[in-house]
Design a protein around this ligand. Structure first.
Ligand code: FMN
Length: 196
């Protein structure tokens, strides 16, 4: 049985939804799954009640904070970050920058890594965000598992072969069905590759 750790950051809930769907898919596919969020760095004491951010905080309150050990434990890793000015969220970078000790012991070598992102605009930097995650994975000696064009769902979600990229529509219906299918495919593909 493959061991999968999913690490995400989400402010308004999109990446949380994506990560949860990947976790459900992987569990149903027979994997042992750790779903983990990275630590918030912003001051959340004044978040407006009933805002997407407040709802997201409530929705993830039972999800544990990621530790480097969660990656060491895993065979396969999914990293999911919103796009921030064409880059990953600083909260995710902060977690990545906590991996020095496990990296220096070679404990991320040969992990199978894939990534998701979301943004407001289809051409707003999803690809560069995913490639930034893959750049760090190269330093770890991990094995990057992009989707390529391995399934029709990749074309349907916009044709990004680097990884699933959700374009946020609104806060009530933030994941479209074609993105869901691509998340399911990417998750299963990662587990298939990791178990070969
Ligand atoms: C500070 C900041 C920077 C952002 N930069 C971009 C960007 O470069 N391109 C884009 O299309 N959307 C950008 N967005 C929008 C987010 O990427 C988008 O809302 C994303 O789906 C949020 O994911 P989440 O709900 O998981 O937090 C930005 C949002 C914030 C708050």
């Amino acid at each position: 049985m493959s061991k999968l750790t999913i690490v995400y950051y989400s402010q308004t809930g999109v990446n949380l939804k994506m990560a949860k769907l990947a976790a459900k898919t992987a569990q149903e596919y027979g994997a042992e799954v750790r779903l983990r969020r990275v630590k918030e760095l912003r001051d959340t004491s004044n978040v407006t009640a009933d805002s997407p951010w407040a709802k997201k905080i409530e929705a993830e309150k039972d999800i544990e904070i990621a530790t480097p050990e969660d990656l060491v434990w895993a065979d396969a890793i999914i990293i999911s970050s919103p796009t921030r000015f064409g880059n990953i969220a600083s909260q995710m970078k902060n977690f990545i920058d906590s991996l020095g000790a496990v990296w220096s012991k070679g404990q991320l070598v040969n992990k199978y890594v894939t990534a998701f992102s979301s943004s407001q605009n289809a051409n707003g930097g999803q690809e560069s965000t995913i490639k930034t995650i893959y750049t760090s994975a190269m330093h770890w000696g991990s094995i990057i598992v992009p989707t390529g064009f391995t399934d029709d769902s990749i074309y349907a979600q916009g044709g990004n072969p680097y990884g699933v990229s959700a374009t946020q529509k609104d806060n009530d219906d933030i994941i479209e069905n074609d993105v869901e299918n691509a998340i399911i495919h990417q998750t299963k593909r990662l587990l298939d590759v990791a178990s070969n």
